[in-house]
Ligand binder design. Sequence first.
Ligand SMILES: [Ca+2]
Length: 394
Amino acid sequence: MKANTRMRGKWITALFGLSLSGTVGAGVSHIGLTPVFENLSFKRPLLLIEAPLQASPGEILRATKSPRYWYVVEQAGRVIRLQQLENTLQRRVFVDLRKQVESGPNEAGLLGMALDPGFAENGHVYLSYTRRGDPLVSVLSRFVSRDGGRSLDTSSEQILLEVAQPYSNHNGGNIRFGPDGYLYYGLGDGGSAGDPEGNGQNIHTLLGALLRLDVHRKGAYGIPADNPFVKNEGRKEIFAYGLRNPWRWSFDRKNGDLWLADVGQNAWEEINIIRAGGNYGWNLREGRHCYSGDCRRPGLIEPVAEYGHDEGCSVTGGYVYRGELMPALRGVYVFADFCSGRVWGLFKKGTAYARRLLLKTDLNIASFAEDRLGEIYVVDLGGKLFRLTAVMPE
Ligand SMILES: [Ca+2]
């Protein structure tokens, strides 16, 4: 998200469709939005997370009969738990950290949540938030649920990492476990505009970087032995750097590829595939373009796609689609622009990617979500949630 963005807060439930010309088969030619949890509204929701199935593997085959649990993260510091069993839906507060979370600045708040891969056994939940105070501090903490995921014990908080924020914007904050079992944590460049402190290119600060942490060791965290700066100069937590504000990013559930959308300054929004040790260019480059300094020096990794501010102003990264409902989108990376509400797909063409408009919306898309079946959801900051679906043309 971007600080200077007007918050429309409006949402619509109508379906919009644009033809996926040339890619479409089996009579599916439109992509639309279907409201989910229709009777509920959330306050500035940022994330939707489905809990893993807590049953025997065979239960997956009867997914529609099994209870499904969801967590909706609200920016102000609350997480709502939804329990869906066939047609009934129960809602309760999972955790309320509003007293300690600062959500005044537009890009501050409870920004990230990840369930431990061993959540069913250990109840561990990781939260990333902006803590009240001056300066603002980005906090990564572990909490424990002692009641099977129904609520979080706030007294269990163990702070793993604190990073002071020189300015109020570009807090990043997304956290996720990779397929390698390590916790990844994205931090913006510290904020203001143009990266005045040069944090993006500075490997001695955790700002402007994607971190990779081993949170399954004793103490706060350990450094994975193959992190790129373990044997080199630079902070050992860093996995990749040269990032401006990695607001949303995800792993491809099929092959583990790490797709990261980096919010641009005034001109270009970009999508990256992250490699260990990679320098993604900010603030020398904005997208594929010179921004400042020695912007043509070798070693800066280009985004796989970009778009200009004639089509939006703040990219929201999504997912590579691996579900069943939209066959035409299988293997396609789906993402959006927060300001324009447009949703695109990146279709692989040889070694490059072609960007195609999938859908126009009037939403402020804060995040996408992926359920356990690989279906994709849209989280609108205005308070509503939707599933992306294929719709028949009228
Ligand atoms: Ca870049």
